[in-house]
Design a protein around this ligand. Sequence first.
Ligand code: NAP
Length: 296
Amino acid sequence: MNKSIIGNWQVGSQTKVVGLFGYPVKHSASPAMHNAAFRACGLDYVYAAFEVNPERLGDALSGLAPLGIRGVNLTIPHKESALRFMNQLSEEAAGIGAVNTVVVDSDGLKGYNTDMRGFLKSLSEEAGFTPRGRKVLMIGAGGAARAVSFGLAMSGISELIVVNKPFEMAEGLVSVLGEKFPELKTKALAFDAGSVTEEISSSSLLINATPLGMNGEIPISDSGCLHSELTVYDLVYIPFCTPLLTEAEKRGAKAIGGLSMLVYQGAASFELWTGIKPPVSVMKRAAEESVRKRCT
Ligand code: NAP
């Protein structure tokens, strides 16, 4: 069999291909994470990153089946726009309104959302946090925020406050959640509203679902509201420790970064493509290594 040798790992004519569509994709940790797991499991799969211009997303997705590609992950900016190209949607992807994993089979393209499961698993495994009956404040109302808030609502939180810079986006998300989960108490707040810090003081969980923190910024105006009964979850994973997490730790709060969500959402995608539970510790090590290289 014709094979190219990559270290002690071989890619050949029977190798199944999966990958990532994003724009840009060059800094993604997903190829390192998935390829490490394929190697550890002895699976003849390879994961590649494809930089897909948003205007060509439909073309790229329609090429998956004819090329025999098993599936792809989708990242910014494709998660919402991919919805209309799917032949089927999982209940989670339909509810959230975003797809981050595509599986190709004889019925065409099926869209899933593993961000939600990845977040919930990470919240329980890393933070030991039980959502039922808790008050949560979430900053951000984009694709990741939608997945996270649906997961929390399904897990029985009692109250959710959504804070976003364009207030209408926070209002929009709150209204969708209110329709789907009528028992959930919800409120939208503007990013600069004075009451944000007050609401954090009485919350059990604070989530940053914006990219703020990647460039040293902090998404709250006064860190004094962070307290020792609070769990602070930052979806950002580059860097590992954002200014928000540093401030949270200083005030005795439990501080969790986004790397384990990345790993658990990847593990769920891996299982959808291969039917095999991957070694999460191998994926985590590879993701950490990839992020560390990027940060140095
Ligand atoms: P997105 O759809 O573009 O949403 C970004 C959100 O952040 C929006 O609410 C946006 O508000 C807000 N935002 C952006 N820049 C801001 C600024 N300067 N000030 C205040 N708010 C700002 O992106 P996403 O897919 O939800 O991702 C959000 C973050 O989560 C990214 O950093 C991403 O890397 C991370 N993420 C992590 C994981 C993981 O596995 N750990 C998974 C998914 C995403 P407006 O657009 O309304 O202004």
